[in-house]
Design a protein around this ligand. Structure first.
Ligand code: GRF
Length: 211
């Protein structure tokens, strides 16, 4: 299938981005290379993690496209699309990208944009997913890697992992226990889309080599 070019989009800490970049560098995802990191936040620690790893970066500061707090999505996403296209990605990986992705990029990369969300979707979409899980009293929380569609945290699911909720969990402790599981789940899902053919039927991802 050839080597896939991956572009990551991150707004903040960047631990998922770093986990994927390290897996690529160590050969755990053999059929991929990280072409670049794009951030909407000039202060994102993810940018430093990219530089440490010699990965090229581009910033499109979303705050420059806001007036009276409102994002001019058309103008912002036109610039974002250019920054992403510069790296000619096969897949675009959202890794803590904290803005809703509008139709422009979805159209440019249909079923080629992937996200990780810290809940077992379709439960607990949106922000503070771990707190939502605690409030709902579920005994198992988890994370989901999925293709991105026009719905918030919607789209065909690639991989999920679970973590048990403990009686004394807080949003912080649950998030901290989940994070390394997120990293492993994202790496596994990215490896699979880079290395195995698949078909998307409705909201299901069907692998040509089922296991
Ligand atoms: C992760 O919990 C991810 O699931 C969510 O945002 C967080 C980003 O963390 N989408 P990091 O920037 O990858 O460290």
């Amino acid at each position: 299938m050839g080597v896939k070019r991956l572009v990551c989009l991150a707004s903040g800490r960047g631990s998922n981005f770093a986990a994927i970049a390290d897996a690529v560098r160590e050969g755990a995802i053999a059929q991929a290379r990280i072409a670049g990191l794009v951030s909407n936040n000039p202060d994102a620690p993810a940018l430093g993690l990219a530089k440490e790893r010699g990965i090229p970066t581009r910033v499109v500061a979303s705050r420059d496209f806001r007036s009276a707090g409102k994002l001019d999505r058309d103008r912002y996403e036109a610039e974002l699309e250019k920054a992403v296209a510069f790296f000619a990605p096969d897949f675009v990986l959202l890794a803590g990208y904290m803005l809703f992705l509008g139709p422009r990029l979805l159209k440019a990369y249909p079923n080629r944009i992937v996200n990780i969300h810290p809940s077992l979707l379709p439960s607990f979409r949106g922000l503070h997913a771990q707190a939502q899980a605690l409030d709902a009293g579920v005994r198992w929380a988890g994370c989901t890697v999925h293709f991105v569609n026009e719905e918030l945290d919607g789209g065909p699911i690639l991989a999920q992992s679970v973590v048990e909720v403990l009686d004394d969990d807080t949003e912080e402790t649950l998030s901290a226990r989940l994070l390394p599981i997120e990293h492993a789940t994202y790496v596994k899902a990215v490896k699979r889309i880079c290395e195995e053919p698949f078909e998307i039927r409705g909201n299901r991802v069907l692998w040509k080599t089922p296991r």
